[in-house]
Design a protein around this ligand. Structure first.
Ligand code: SF4
Length: 385
């Protein structure tokens, strides 16, 4: 059984908001695009490296030199110093991180500039400045007599370079879903509390798994004065969770798991930690995309899985990675990352053929003033395994 999942109306509407392409790149057949992409890749040779995130569609991911989650791809950036061009088939914040980690001569390119991330957009620099100022007024950021920081800021890699720079400058770091637990351990060795941005669910699920009770976590709402919290709540909390989420992963629910278990007794459920806390509790297992792939791949032949993460990865698990297992999406309509989907083979072809002609489009450059502290934060992330 495989998962064949239609787009819902929301997704259909959003995937149309793409960066416009020159007329000659529209209406091409798949076969023609494949042939021309391969030809352009061959011409560019070692000067080109294509990175592809697991959530990309198949028509794009098949051209990637490296496929992975944000953490794995960030590690790949330094692996090919001879590549002049790093074409990042992912979303904007990933390309920004690649630009910061790349050598000065390397140019990072995002095939469609409209490929953003709604979660990354949920924390703006001025909101974070205000939060820090208000935490300072509450006396929370003050360094302890033990030398420990009052609050260590940790941002998920799904955030803009300006947020990463803010965090880096204040002794914090970046985490991914692969190293979130190790990162929290790192942070609690340095500070009394953690301000976790921007995904409250990843922060809550990771901290809970490490033994921090829910009543020691509060949610900071950037649209409320003092985050909507009183000083007593903040003083008691170990985790201050930013009120952000992934619009794809919050579509999964504990009810879906309950229904599936009724329909298919024995089915195993594995979810990404960006899903809400009660969904993780109802599932059999949870972990990063890399962890999900390994777990399903190494499960006994004939196993039946429902997977709670982006639908392209689920479909790839079903058809390519673990074809001798039954793999379905936990959401019967599939949860598609509509911004990731904006990177089309047409965009990739346009970018590559223009590079062959010596023209660079859609270069992602992190402003110089943000680069230093963003790199500090990302280097800390890479050092935490
Ligand atoms: S799946 Fe969610 S967090 Fe990941 S890129 Fe898409 S919107 Fe952002």
């Amino acid at each position: 059984m495989s998962a064949i999942i239609p787009l819902n109306e929301f997704e259909k509407a959003h995937i149309s908001e793409r960066q416009a392409l020159p007329e000659q790149y529209l209406g091409l057949s798949d076969a023609e695009m494949d042939t021309r992409i391969m030809a352009a890749r061959k011409t560019l040779g070692d000067r080109l490296m294509i990175l592809g995130h697991h959530y990309q569609r198949d028509e794009v991911i098949r051209f990637a030199d490296h496929v992975g989650d944000s953490f794995k791809l960030a590690r790949q950036v330094a692996s090919r110093p001879e590549a002049d061009y790093i074409v990042f088939c992912g979303v904007h914040f990933m390309a920004e991180s690649a630009d910061v980690l790349a050598s000065p001569h390397q140019q990072v390119i995002l095939p469609d500039l409209a490929a953003g991330c709604s979660m990354a957009d949920m924390v703006a620099p001025d909101q974070l400045e205000m939060c820090w100022e208000e935490l300072t007024q509450m006396g929370v950021t003050t360094r302890q007599s033990s030398g420990q920081a009052g609050v260590v800021p940790v941002t998920y890699i799904n955030s803009t370079a300006s947020i990463k720079a803010f965090v880096g400058e204040r002794g914090g770091t970046v985490c991914t879903s692969s190293n979130a637990a190790a990162t929290l351990k790192w942070a609690f060795a340095r500070g009394k509390k953690v301000l976790f941005l921007p995904d409250q669910h990843l922060g809550r699920n990771t901290a809970y798994k490490m033994g921090i009770p829910l009543d020691e976590m509060v949610v900071w709402d950037p649209n409320e004065i003092f985050g909507g919290l009183d000083p007593g709540q903040v003083a008691h909390a170990k985790m201050i969770l930013w009120k952000g989420h992934c619009s794809v992963h919050i579509r999964f629910s504990a009810k879906q798991i309950e229904n599936l278990r009724k329909q298919q007794p024995g089915i195993r459920v594995i979810v990404h930690p960006e899903v809400p806390w009660d969904v993780v509790q109802a599932a059999d297992d949870s972990g990063s995309t890399e962890y999900i792939i390994q777990t399903v791949k190494e499960s006994p032949v004939g196993s039946v899985w429902a997977v709670g993460t982006e639908v392209h990865l689920v479909n790839r698990l079903a058809h390519q990675v673990a074809p001798e297992r039954t793999v379905v999406s936990l959401d019967q309509f599939g949860c598609l990352c509509s911004t990731m989907f904006r990177v089309s083979p047409n965009h990739l072809l346009w970018i590559l053929e223009e590079l062959v002609e010596g023209r660079v489009h859609n270069r992602i450059v992190v402003p110089e003033e943000q680069k230093h502290w963003t790199k500090v934060a990302l280097d800390r992330m890479l050092s935490i395994s």
